[in-house]
Design a protein around this ligand. Structure first.
Ligand code: DHB
Ligand code: FE
Length: 288
């Protein structure tokens, strides 16, 4: 049976892609951010997940404002990256896991989530940068992937509660997958940031800290808030937190916090990393 090893939430600011391309990881500006990933790297090297299921938001590369699915799940054998205008290098395609994708799609539709299924899907910085951060090295591809796009762009957005429930449905779907695969769940974006309008540059450290605490210990408290409340507290783009909430929903059992990093700013964004390991039920631990 498939097993979820845990979840990671990480920022996906495009300038991280330029920093990686220029090899600036040890530059004084970037170091506090990149150094934050040390434990995540050790953990992933030890656990060796086979698949990453990635909740992210498309930034106009694959879907535009004229057609915006609330939830879209990739069901392709690979996912091409294309230049969506940030000038960051285009990476080679990411391998998919179409069999797991279809299993997840069938299960979540049976669970009354009306998702858009994408047998072709381009992926943008919100997908490529987190994977490059978790598995550094040019075009490194140690996992197969299942992209799940959440609309955090064009209102009306799904509620935090709905995203949490989608994550729970995806978590149940993965747990019922008969193949013996280890799965990492990823949620990308955030934390607080606003790119335009009167509050451009807005960052809310207190709210971010509250969110990180709740993501670990009490995600239902986050799920009870409204989307507009999150926009107000975290900024118009800080609402990408919805992807983290979905990721947390997929971690159905107890979790242990392995790593947290919070650094202000990366570009105009409060950057964050949270690594959560799924705790195995006692019976499994004893049996193992
Ligand atoms: C920027 C873009 C993003 O998608 C994001 O999540 C944060 C920052 C930017 O353009 O700086
Ligand atoms: Fe973004």
């Amino acid at each position: 049976m498939a097993r979820i090893i845990g979840g990671v939430g990480t920022t996906h600011v495009p300038s991280i892609g330029s920093a990686i391309a220029k090899g600036l990881q040890q530059d004084p500006y970037w170091r506090p951010f990149f150094d934050g990933f040390s434990v995540a790297h050790r953990w992933l090297a030890a656990e060796k997940p086979d698949v990453a299921v990635v909740f992210y938001n498309d930034h106009g590369l694959n879907f535009f404002l004229d057609k915006m699915p609330t939830f879209a799940i990739g069901a392709a054998s690979d996912y091409r990256n294309a230049d969506e205008g940030w000038g960051i290098p285009v990476s080679r395609p990411f391998p998919g896991d179409a069999a797991l994708s279809w299993h997840i799609i069938e299960q979540v539709v049976a669970d009354e989530f009306d998702v858009t299924t994408c047998q072709e899907m381009l992926v943008d910085h919100a997908f490529t940068i987190p994977l490059a951060l978790l598995w550094p090295g040019a075009d490194n591809r140690p996992v197969r992937t299942v992209p799940i796009a959440v609309n955090t762009v064009q209102h009306p957005l799904p509620s935090p509660g709905r995203c949490f429930k989608l994550g729970q449905a995806v978590g149940r779907a993965i747990a019922s997958y008969p193949q013996d695969v280890k799965v990492l769940v990823v949620g990308t974006g955030g934390l607080s940031h606003q790119l335009d309008g009167k509050r451009a540059g807005f960052i809310n450290k207190e709210f971010d800290a509250w969110c990180l605490d709740k993501l670990v210990a009490d995600p239902a408290a986050l799920a009870r808030r409204s989307t507009l409340d999150i926009v107000e507290q975290a900024g118009t783009q800080g609402v990408e937190l919805l992807n983290w909430i979905a990721m947390r929903g997929a971690l159905t059992g107890h979790v242990r916090e392995l790593q947290r990093n919070y650094h202000i700013p990366i570009s105009n964004t409060a950057s964050a990393l949270l690594v959560l390991e799924s705790e195995e039920p006692m019976e499994l631990r004893k049996a193992g």
